[in-house]
Design a protein around this ligand. Structure first.
Ligand code: PHE
Length: 464
């Protein structure tokens, strides 16, 4: 592949740049339709972050107020960064490392490599929790995990995640499913998975919500979730909300860049970004409406933490009429959500090998699969046999979670914001040419160059 000159304004988008444009587009897989792209990107965004993490973090941070702050973050910085990453992919038709090198020169390629490593590292611990969803789905299907006895559920959950064979096997199964979808390619694999699994996910959520909100006592949960009490907001809440907003929109890992690189030339980026952000937010709200009313109806403390899904929900299902069926629907949707996100973490790493080293998709998928299993295994084992291994006072899983979500993801976001807003701004802004969103051009730049750094340095100041 020819490398373009180092100047930021060497525009891949200039109308006379037919050669580079054609170069970037021909031979590149593309989405079958804009809807396919939006659903795939939303499928990436809506994952364990929305369905598993969001409800318990809302539970820990005082309900409606957290929801309001989260919405504020998504609709401002979230949209701005989504659009920035899409722009990179769309301008070059390449995954993040190659894209940054083409537009910014060799040193910028390092930002891309780090973002790709970030995707790989997130994937490595994501598949651990993905494995739990596979295992719990099997268990609810065979009916073994539904019990009203909370203590038994806690000990079963702890025993399962500590068991090396069970956790590695379920992690392997989940990873294998992910690899199969990625191996099938962009349209046949990723797009099709998004088109089927996303609507199924939303339908299943509505089904579980219908059951949850009609439980006696559920109204208290809904009110708690939807009425903001701003007196409970602290600095920690603001920053937790920002971190979750980034993670739940899949920013900072090169994901949106690579999905954006499969867009046709005339794609409308701004409205796609708004759509993705809206669907992601909607999923968070639905997840809250699914879990919190049930939690209140059964008198469970909403701040129970990460176990809320795997421990509390089975207890609730056990006490519900038709609980068995609802439980199957619930774990199935959790699996779908996790799967489309894992696919989107797997793809940037695969595309990195394809774009940077001209690998074919098949071998690239196998390499990523093996590497992820090797890198993820210690994270899985850190809930059991290796739970004593502490690095900087954290277990291996926690360390991977912490460094990626709190350090690498914001760093990636910050670099992309700067790159788009300052380094290649004259070229970047052209993606909004000819749209009705002209008012957004200056707003976008302020969000990228002013608000993003303020917010991200805030997160770091808080978490370091
Ligand atoms: N957004 C996904 C989730 O909420 C996680 C993710 C992060 C996926 C970064 C891709 C890239 O589960």
């Amino acid at each position: 592949m020819s490398h373009l000159p180092d100047t930021p304004a060497a525009p891949l988008v200039a109308s006379t740049g037919a050669t580079s444009d054609a170069l970037a587009i021909t031979g590149r897989a593309t989405w079958g339709s804009r809807l396919g792209f939006i659903l795939a990107a939303a499928g990436s965004a809506v994952g364990l972050g929305a369905v598993w993490k969001f409800p318990y973090v809302v539970g820990q941070h005082g309900g409606g107020a957290f929801l309001a702050v989260y919405l504020g973050c998504v609709l401002t910085l979230g949209v701005a960064l989504l659009l920035a990453e899409m722009t990179l992919g769309r301008l070059t038709g390449k995954s993040i490392t190659t894209a940054l090198r083409e537009l910014g020169g060799r040193r910028w390629a390092w930002v891309g490599r780090i973002a790709t490593f970030n995707a790989f590292a997130i994937l490595s611990f994501y598949v651990v929790v993905g494995g739990w969803t596979v295992a719990y789905l099997m268990r609810v299907m065979t009916g073994t995990v539904l019990a009203s006895d909370a203590e038994r559920l806690v000990s079963e959950f702890s025993a399962f995640i500590a068991d090396p064979v069970a956790s590695l096997a379920s992690m392997g199964a989940f990873l294998g499913l992910t690899a199969v979808i990625v191996a099938a390619g962009v349209q046949k694999g990723i797009e099709r998975a998004g088109k089927w699994l996303m609507p199924a996910l939303f339908l299943l959520m509505l089904l579980v919500i219908a059951r949850a909100v009609t439980l006696p006592g559920a109204m208290a949960g809904i009110a708690w979730f939807l009425t903001p009490d701003f007196s409970v907001i602290s600095g920690a809440t603001l920053l937790e909300a920002l971190g979750l907003a980034f993670f739940s929109l899949s920013l900072g890992a090169g994901m949106i860049v690579v999905y954006g690189s499969y867009l046709p030339k005339d794609a409308r980026l701004a409205s796609s970004a708004v759509w993705v952000a809206t669907l992601a937010t909607l999923a968070c709200c639905l997840a809250g409406l699914m879990i919190l009313p049930a939690v209140f109806a059964f008198g469970v403390a909403p701040n129970a933490g990460p176990g809320l899904t795997f421990i509390t929900m089975p207890a609730i299902f056990a006490q519900m009429p038709f609980g068995h069926l609802v439980a199957i629907a619930f774990f199935l949707l959790l699996l779908f959500a996790a799967l489309t996100s894992a696919v989107s973490l797997f793809e940037p790493v695969t595309a990195f090998l394809i774009d940077e080293y001209q690998w074919r998709r098949g071998p690239a998928v196998v390499a990523v699969l093996v590497a992820t299993f090797v890198f993820g295994a210690p994270a899985a084992l850190s809930f059991g046999v290796w739970s004593d291994v502490r690095i900087f006072d954290r277990t291996i899983f926690d360390l991977m979670d912490y460094t990626t979500v709190n350090l690498l993801t914001p760093a990636g976001g910050l670099c992309v914001a700067w790159f788009i807003g300052a380094r290649i701004w004259p070229t970047a802004r052209t993606v909004l040419d000819g749209t009705r969103a002209q008012w957004f051009v200056p707003v976008w730049r302020v969000l990228l160059l002013v608000l993003t750094p303020i917010a991200i340095f805030g997160v770091w100041y808080q978490s370091l």
